[in-house]
Ligand binder design. Structure first.
Ligand code: FES
Ligand SMILES: [Fe+2]
Length: 415
């Protein structure tokens, strides 16, 4: 079905014909995205409003605001966001903008800790849930009503799943549950809410966020650029994930003899305690549109959280999460996972930056796909549909029985 512009929406500033070409039959008739999707400031500004501010963006783990009084300032698109943990342990996402004259409450990016949120400009203060408390001289100021909710910080939508925190700046995205599709059921045996961050790396790369995502969704390039990966997992193995919610991706199998993805295939952690059978041999690579990549291994979960900075610049926070039992293992050292993926990440970033230089040149054309790039096509079609409709496409609904913990992911042959 041809996606039409939704009432009141604004389509992305791209040629309609070139976007419709992305929706052709896979693999030969469909085409990759046009160059401007990766290079245009106007497209990036449109994406900022409609994809990043208009959807559920993952901002990290709840453990980064672990204790009451913890405050973390971060950015989603143009929006300053302040995460706080209040005295009752509740998490809040507030606009990081003082209700007095607009100073940032906590320098972004940055952290603070205190019983209140205090603006560094004229010292207006707020409770950790954003309620206005007072400011110098205001208590005695005739006619100033400190209980007026007008003075309180603007609250943003926040939801959590599995220890991950998501914020929807625009306030009108469908519930997070709809975005996640069958992912919570798939991850249920991994108990994602229990995991701790064993290692993390931040990368600044000179490539569009979609180049990073598209590269993640195929292993067609693996035998060319990932010698380490090919020693522990076969590029052609695995299955594609049946898209649900706004989650797409696929799986790959470990080679015989490899316990996990590491340089020598051995694990210095412990397998997730509920895993049995084939789940111990499988690695899932899944994206929650737009900015969270979740790579699920038998003994750790790796996440890439992408912060799009400009058409040709992205910051990527890569974290390695482990079950608490891993800490009890003698010799546990998260670097067996982090080192392997740091090497592989850098191989990927070099390829992504090369693609970015390529799409910025005159020689780039929209091209057909290889049959092993189905998920890349799914990603581009999702993006193209969003561009044409004027907002993030509706999540693929999940039948109730597939939300049950007993449900096993449906995968289709391919990959
Ligand atoms: S801008 Fe915050 S107290 Fe004045
Ligand atoms: Fe790769």
């Amino acid at each position: 079905m041809t996606p039409n512009l939704l009432p009141g929406a604004t389509a992305a500033p791209l040629d309609r014909g070139s976007l419709l070409a992305c929706l052709g039959g896979f693999p030969n008739d469909a085409r990759t995205l046009p160059a401007q999707a990766y290079t245009s400031e106007a497209v990036f500004a449109w994406e900022t409003t409609h994809f990043f501010e208009g959807s559920w963006m993952c901002v990290g783990r709840a453990s980064m605001v672990a204790k009451p009084g913890d405050q973390v300032a971060l950015r989603i698109g143009r929006e300053g966001v302040l995460l706080t943990r209040d005295r009752d342990g509740r998490l809040h996402a507030l606009s990081n903008v003082c209700r007095h004259r607009g100073h940032e409450l906590v320098t972004c990016p940055g952290t603070a800790h205190g019983k209140v949120i205090r603006c560094p400009y004229h010292r207006w203060t707020y409770d950790l849930d954003g309620t206005f408390k007072g400011g110098p001289g205001l208590a005695s100021q005739a006619g100033f009503d400190k209980r007026d909710p007008e003075h309180s910080l603007v609250a943003l939508r926040i939801e959590q799943w599995g220890g991950f925190v998501f914020v929807n700046v625009s306030g009108d995205a469908p519930p997070l549950r709809d975005y996640l599709g069958t992912l919570p059921a798939l991850m249920q045996p991994y108990e994602p809410e229990r995991l701790f961050v064993g290692a993390s790396h931040s990368y600044d790369i000179a490539a569009n966020w979609k180049v990073v995502v598209e590269n993640y969704h195929e292993c067609y390039h693996c035998s060319e650029i990932h010698p380490e990966l090919c020693r522990v997992s076969a590029p052609g193995s695995g299955l594609d994930y049946e898209p649900s919610g706004l989650v797409i991706g696929g799986s790959m199998e470990l080679l015989p003899g490899a316990e996990t993805m590491s340089l020598d295939g051995t694990s210095l952690g412990v397998p997730f305690r509920n895993l049995t059978g084939s789940a111990l041999r499988e690695v899932y690579y899944l994206q929650v549109f737009p900015n969270l990549l979740v790579s699920i291994h038998p003994d750790y979960v790796m996440t890439h959280m992408i912060e799009p900075l400009a058409p040709d610049r992205s910051r990527i926070e890569c974290s390695w999460l482990f079950p608490p039992e891993a800490r009890l293992r003698e010799g546990f050292d998260p670097s067996y996972a982090a080192r392997f993926w740091d090497i592989t990440n850098r191989e990927d970033w070099a390829a992504c930056e090369s693609v970015q230089r390529g799409v910025a040149g005159r020689g780039y054309r929209q091209a057909p796909f290889s049959h092993s790039e189905l998920v890349v096509h799914q990603e581009m079609a999702l993006v193209a549909r969003g561009y044409l409709q004027g907002r993030v496409p509706d999540p693929v609904p999940v039948p109730e029985d597939r939300r049950a913990p007993s449900w096993h992911p449906h995968v289709a042959a391919g990959g």
